[in-house]
Design a protein around this ligand. Structure first.
Ligand SMILES: *[C@@H]1O[C@H](CO)[C@@H](O)[C@H](O)[C@H]1NC(C)=O
Ligand SMILES: *[C@@H]1O[C@H](CO)[C@@H](O)[C@H](O)[C@H]1NC(C)=O
Ligand SMILES: *[C@@H]1O[C@H](CO)[C@@H](O)[C@H](O)[C@H]1NC(C)=O
Ligand SMILES: *[C@@H]1O[C@H](CO)[C@@H](O)[C@H](O)[C@H]1NC(C)=O
Ligand SMILES: *[C@@H]1O[C@H](CO)[C@@H](O)[C@H](O)[C@H]1NC(C)=O
Length: 264
């Protein structure tokens, strides 16, 4: 399995289109029930990872996607594409944090990444924050799937859309990410990534509840997608290197699960 950014970037640089997709199907070792059991204990943290918990266990992608971690990969200037991958030693999952600007009641989801203006070969490069933006009900990318709304990370928090943490009661109720622009569900979809030579990967998309042509029906799940919750798992938020544009001054502590250690 291709699991880190260097490999992905090497792929992008290659003129050959590899026959193997970005995400291959490893043998599933854990069920949603196991995830719920190992995720019972909670704590508070400013940093966290986002782990996929499928909400439709009968979907063809369910076993593959369950417990994948959210990543954000360089896919153009000031843009990171959200992708879900199985975690491994090189790829533990990206660390995110909630940010709330003074005089604004909305939270946004941020992650720090290197600036596209500085070399990317050093972990001490100054970082900038990338904010999660979910397309609105009226915007979509793929003409075949007008109900599939894109999700992306853009440099700076200005384009980020309001999100929040669902807290429907622990331990088993769930601590997961909500798109405040409208009720619906995040989806993990098997889609090609233009920046990576049209390789297939598991991308993050959004489906609004009220996006159906018939207003009293739930919209259909697009092809090759499974509905997921992005569950909060506590993680250390690395300090920003000197000279960075990102700042953790307004990072908000959140509730998160302490242990999804059985996930691999
Ligand atoms: C990063 O790459 C640049 C240009 O290739 C080089 O000059 C610099 O020494 C490298 N920095 C580190 C820490 O490797
Ligand atoms: C508050 O932040 C949200 C999310 O970034 C943004 O959409 C909204 O315009 C901001 N409101 C004000 C008053 O700045
Ligand atoms: C994961 O999903 C299952 C079934 O959909 C649910 O019972 C469980 O509470 C969820 N776990 C977490 C950590 O949200
Ligand atoms: C989302 O669902 C909640 C609870 O069912 C409801 O109160 C709220 O109005 C809904 N929001 C939107 C934007 O539809
Ligand atoms: C994604 O779709 C492509 C094209 O249909 C297929 O070859 C590939 O196996 C799929 N990947 C997964 C993980 O299902």
């Amino acid at each position: 399995m291709l699991a880190n950014i260097n490999l992905l970037m090497a792929l992008a640089a290659s003129s050959l289109v590899s026959a193997s997709p970005i995400a291959t199907a490893p043998t599933p070792t854990m069920s949603a029930t196991d995830a719920a059991e190992t995720a019972a204990s909670t704590s508070t943290s400013t940093g966290f990872q986002l782990v996929a918990n499928v909400t439709d266990p009968f979907n063809a992608l369910a076993l593959l996607v369950q417990n994948m971690v959210l990543q954000a990969y360089h896919a153009g200037a000031n843009y990171r594409v959200p992708m879900l991958q199985k975690p491994d030693a090189q790829n533990l999952g990206r660390v995110f944090y909630f940010d709330r600007q003074p005089q604004n009641s909305s939270l946004v989801l941020l992650t720090d990444s290197f600036s596209d203006d500085t070399p990317s070969n050093s972990t001490t490069n100054p970082s900038i924050s990338f904010g999660l933006a979910v397309q609105s009900l009226t915007n979509f990318i793929v003409p075949e799937y007008p109900q599939e709304h894109g999700v992306g990370f853009f440099a700076g928090s200005a384009n980020a859309t309001p999100v929040s943490l669902a807290n429907t009661g622990t331990p088993y109720g769930g601590l997961f990410l909500l798109n405040e622009q409208g009720n619906g569900t995040f989806m993990a979809c098997n889609r090609t990534i233009p920046y990576y030579n049209q390789e297939y990967g598991i991308t993050l998309e959004y489906l609004y509840d009220n996006d159906a042509s018939s207003s009293d029906k739930m919209p259909a799940m697009p092809e090759d997608c499974v509905s997921i919750r992005l569950v909060f798992v506590c993680a250390d938020l690395p300090a920003v290197p000197p000279g960075s544009q990102s700042s953790h001054a307004n990072a908000q502590p959140v509730s998160c699960y302490t242990d999804m250690s059985g996930e691999q």
